[in-house]
Design a protein around this ligand. Structure first.
Ligand SMILES: CC(C)(COP(=O)(O)OP(=O)(O)OC[C@H]1O[C@@H](n2cnc3c(N)ncnc32)[C@H](O)[C@@H]1OP(=O)(O)O)[C@@H](O)C(=O)NCCC(=O)NCCS
Length: 224
């Protein structure tokens, strides 16, 4: 179960206070969820990149001070979204965002674990912690919703383990991926080839829409 913990001097990354907008750090499943701050952003800027088709998750742009300032401002602004960084023993190991006001439900997005931390349950543990907190905050509230590109098989396994079920699969125009698909060679395109099509004069990606009801069983796996 997720629990909020009081800030102790020295045990949380320095950052500006977001009292009222964010909860105190939320702990669960061996990690702690924090709002973004400068120190965490600096760690995220150093995360390993994956390239196509996950180029949208490459964070090296954060090494440019002007980009970093803009992103931090967006990540901490008061609006429908809440953006969290998962921290394990002081190290930023993942990130996830939630749109609290999407008409489809509590919409999870920007779920990202860098390659150097993947494969040991960070995704499952961070989303479990986030959803347990949201289930308390929005008791009886809307379902959790997310969308995932069909080629993102690791993400799909993690979401399935957390009780998400696909309720719709559709072809989706993703501008960034579509633009890259014109530029990548056959070898780079191969891993996604089963999940993309050229139709209606553009590249489209097969996308699953998934839903999880509050309280659905979650398995966060044995790995740490
Ligand atoms: C998808 C992603 C968040 C998964 O993070 P993670 O912390 O590695 O995920 P978990 O360990 O909780 O579980 C994911 C599943 O993929 C498997 N997996 C993860 N990395 C793996 C690897 N390198 N090799 C083999 N399997 C791997 C895990 O074993 C697990 O499967 P299991 O439950 O059957 O054991 C991460 O790979 C990522 O950020 N990818 C790029 C961005 C992305 O796809 N985001 C999701 C958009 S919808």
């Amino acid at each position: 179960m997720a629990r909020t913990i009081a800030m102790q001097p020295g045990d949380s990354p320095p950052g500006k206070s977001l009292v009222g907008l964010y909860p105190p750090p939320v702990a669960g499943h061996g990690l702690v969820l924090h709002p973004w701050n400068e120190a965490l952003l600096a760690q995220i800027a150093a995360w390993g990149a994956r390239g196509f088709p996950y180029h949208a998750f490459d964070m090296t742009q954060l090494n440019q001070p002007s980009r970093a300032r803009g992103v931090l401002a967006r990540m901490t602004e008061n609006g429908p979204h809440r953006h969290f960084v998962a921290v394990e023993e002081g190290t930023a190991v993942g990130r996830a965002s939630v749109n609290l006001r999407d008409e489809a439900g509590l919409y999870l997005w920007s779920v990202h674990v860098p390659p150097e931390h993947e494969g040991r349950g960070v995704c499952r543990r961070m989303l479990a912690t986030l959803m347990e907190w949201l289930e308390e905050e929005f008791a009886g509230g809307p379902d959790f919703i997310l969308s995932t590109n069909a080629f993102a098989t690791h993400a799909h396994r993690a979401y399935g383990a957390l009780g998400f079920e696909t309720f719709e699969t559709r072809w989706h125009y993703d501008k960034e991926i579509a633009e890259r698909l014109w530029r990548v060679g056959p070898e780079e395109r191969e891993p996604v080839s089963k999940h993309v099509r050229f139709a209606n004069g553009r590249w489209e990606v097969r996308t699953h829409l998934m839903r999880r009801r509050h309280g659905a069983p979650m398995s966060t796996g044995p790995k740490r």
